[in-house]
Each structure stands twice: as C-alpha cells, then as structure tokens.
Design a protein around this ligand. Structure first.
Ligand code: XBP
Ligand code: MG
Length: 248
C-alpha cells in the first residue's frame, strides 16, 4: 500500500523542545508566581515520563514532593492550570524568539513529502498554540497550513501513551493506519502510535535515548536525528524513499 501521510510528533521529534523550551518556561512560571519550585535538567528527565504539561505538574506536586514545599492551604487543583497558562505564554515567547531549532533533517523531509504530494499531520500532547509557534518560527508563517490535521491537547484530552490522538488524526485524515507512518522520539509516543495500529519511526533525543523502543519500525541514531540513516555507509540522511521502504 503506497504511503499517503506522515504524522509527526512535535516535542522531541520536530524539535528538541524540552530542555531549553518547556523546562525553562515551567521554571519561568514558577518564578513569576514566587513558587519554591525549580526543575533542573536531571529532574526534568524523570518528570518527562509523564506526558502533558499539566499532568507533569500534578505528578511533581503529588509524587515528587512539590506540594509539600508550598504554604499550607494552597489549592493544587486551581494552581496547576494557573501555572500552565503562564508557562504556555513563556514557551510561545521563547519559541518566537528563536530559542528552539528544528532537529537535523526535519525541514528537508517535510519538503520532500510536500513535493511528493504526501499529506502531513501532527499528533502531539502539547498545547495547540505551542505547535503554531514552533512551526511559524522555524518554517515560516505559512507552515501551519501545510498540515492537514493537527491533533493536540486542544482536540484530544487523553495524553500519550494513550493512542487517542493518533486515532483522532487518522479519522480526520480519513486514512487507515496502513496508509500512514508516525515519527516519534519517545517510548510514550511510540506506544501511542503503535496502539493506533501505525508503524512508527523513532528519532530519540538525549532525554529518551534509553527508552524501550520495542515495536518501532526503525530507530535512528541520536546524533544527527533524521540526517543520519541508521544503516547507510557512508552516512546520509533519511529520505522519503527510506520511509516508503520501511512502511511497505
Ligand atoms: C510532549 C509533552 C508536552 C510538553 C509540554 O509529549 O509531554 O507535554 O512537554 O507541553 P509528546 P504542554 O512529544 O509525546 O507529545 O505544557 O503544552 O502540555
Ligand atoms: Mg515527543
């Protein structure tokens, strides 16, 4: 069956957004609110096992002692959405200011897919505004229109590894899983894609390098991302033909 669509995860896959984007934006929001919270790079790597910013905040508050650091009587249920709104503002601003670049090979692969008439979609747990900010800052103001469907936290409440966002995207595209290929960076993302019946190419980041990628169609080397084909010598990038071959 010919490949008809590529479905991209955003955080970690299109760009390495977590360490210098989301993490810093969370810390900026904590500072704005005078909270005694700070997420260093190592702690953030642990917290990343929970997808979704609001879910991650709750996980930190409840399971990592965050709530115990707050003054007595603070309403966590009200605080989390408040922090998250401020964090989103910081994140969007950081991305607009150029704090995050696309990973190697991403822009080229998107261009190849568009030239070949493949459909593009996004399947992410992140906030819709974050996706628009990233695409616009890195690929230009028209880039969001290149994607036929965007499944984000606005469209789907259940976060990865729940396959709901991939099911939503496939439904909106009007395609079956065999028509498309997912690109992901993490164990949770891979589980979500595979759970929806998709084949999935994984391009890990430093944060996800040790994840379990059993069930992936192909796993890229960390350094070089989509600019390093895992089997090709001499080294070359991953091209649309490679994705077609892996999807076949
Ligand atoms: C990405 C995430 C996101 C971001 C934060 O997961 O977990 O939650 O870290 O974004 P994936 P929000 O790449 O698997 O979709 O704060 O907007 O939720
Ligand atoms: Mg990801």
């Amino acid at each position: 069956m010919p490949l008809k669509a590529l479905i991209f995860d955003v955080d970690g896959t299109l760009a390495d957004t977590e360490r210098d984007g989301h993490r810093v934006a969370f810390n900026d929001a904590f500072a704005d609110l005078g909270l005694p919270w700070h997420w260093d790079e190592a702690l953030y790597g642990v917290l990343l096992r929970v997808a979704g910013g609001s879910e991650r905040l709750r996980h930190y508050a409840v399971d990592h002692g965050g709530a115990a650091l707050l003054p007595a009587g603070v309403d966590i249920d009200a605080l989390i959405p408040h922090i998250h709104r401020i964090k989103t503002r910081h994140y969007v601003q950081r991305v607009a200011d150029g704090a995050v670049a696309l990973r190697p090979g991403v822009a080229r692969l998107i261009d190849e897919a568009r030239q070949a008439g493949l459909r593009l979609a996004v399947a992410t747990t992140t906030t819709h505004d974050n996706v628009i900010a990233l695409l616009t800052a890195t690929l230009g103001p028209d880039a969001p229109t290149w994607f036929d469907v965007m499944g984000t936290a606005r469209e789907v409440a259940a976060k990865k590894p729940d396959p709901a966002v991939y099911r939503y995207v496939l439904g909106e595209l009007g395609l079956s899983p065999a028509d498309a290929l997912a690109l992901e960076d993490s164990h949770q993302g891979l589980r979500a894609a595979v759970g929806a019946g998709l084949r999935c190419v994984v391009t890990p980041t430093a944060y996800t390098a040790d994840d379990d990628f059993a069930g992936a169609t192909c796993v890229m080397p960390i350094t070089g991302g989509l600019d390093r084909h895992p089997d090709a010598l001499p080294a070359r990038g991953v091209h649309l033909d490679d994705l077609r071959a892996w999807a076949a």
